[in-house]
Design a protein around this ligand. Sequence first.
Ligand SMILES: Cc1cc2nc3c(=O)[nH]c(=O)nc-3n(C[C@H](O)[C@H](O)[C@H](O)COP(=O)(O)OP(=O)(O)OC[C@H]3O[C@@H](n4cnc5c(N)ncnc54)[C@H](O)[C@@H]3O)c2cc1C
Length: 315
Amino acid sequence: MKIFVFAELNTAGPSTISLEMLTKARNLGGEVAAFAVGAGSDAAFATLGAHGATTVHHLDPGDALPAAAAAAALAGLVGDGDLVFFGLTQTDRDVAGRLAARTGAAVLSNAVDVKVEGGSVGVVNEILGGSTLVETEFTGSGPRLVVVRPKSFTAEAGAAAQPQVHTVPVPDTGRSGAARITARHAEESQGPSLADAAVIVSGGRGLGSAEKFGLVGELAGILGAAVGATRAVVDSGWVPYSVQVGQTGKTVKPSVYIACGISGAMQHLVGMKDSTTIIAINKDEEAPIFAVADLGVIGDVHQVLPKLIQALKAR
Ligand SMILES: Cc1cc2nc3c(=O)[nH]c(=O)nc-3n(C[C@H](O)[C@H](O)[C@H](O)COP(=O)(O)OP(=O)(O)OC[C@H]3O[C@@H](n4cnc5c(N)ncnc54)[C@H](O)[C@@H]3O)c2cc1C
């Protein structure tokens, strides 16, 4: 069985999720190929190789929206029984759906683990807010597509290895490939990104207002941490959607997650419960966040946070 890993290439190199999936594919054994889409570079290909790809199929669709061309090209590469990994991102999902339609392949989505035993492939999903794991097995023929949740696996480079790079010609997909990217807007951000931060300070409705949410940013700045938020806060317009943590936001796995004025709804927990150490500050001792917290502070964030900030500044 061959494993293909979809890898979106952007200006910083291969997407983080693609490196996580390549590491998993490498550990599963067998032949691992990356299907890399975007502007390529020797450095990007070397990164894919170091994470497990022995072969890189490279498609550069230029300014076209990549999914139609990527799915058409991939359909010509994947064979019966091959495994194809995609990340739970916009582009990856777009390609996975189109590839499934083209090949009639089954797709298992939201995977947190993949198990290969003999010829059978089991895909593990979390349901009921992560409280229950379900394992599903592919049956029948055709390629097997798996859409993986970010942070399910840890990206680890192995021995540096230069993969074989094959340039894939851009297939003609007619009108379905006609959409063009005319402009790109990078969201301005300060400090580490949520995906890479070792420490995240996250705020919920308990902060009370957009102005008071500034305490979260202030603490994050002192700790060199990234800012996160609940959907309630994002829906209130206090912070942009890009910092939302949870089921419909980002999945994070920092060393330390500090939850301030967050109740701990299961849709939030599913995005942060795998953090190494969780510290919760909440005035309600019955708040569900304390069930996953390693350290709990029962108190008012408007009193605890300023004191914490003051103490850290004094160090
Ligand atoms: C389909 C679906 C998807 C969703 N996806 C997400 C998601 O991705 N991410 C997400 O976060 N949510 C998501 N939600 C929403 C989720 O169900 C909760 O509504 C949300 O997480 C609650 O946010 P919160 O903890 O900020 O607010 P609340 O639940 O209102 O909790 C506020 C907390 O602050 C505490 N508090 C109040 N004042 C203070 C104070 N002064 N000091 C200390 N503590 C105080 C309260 O005791 C309370 O525990 C989703 C919901 C649905 C239905």
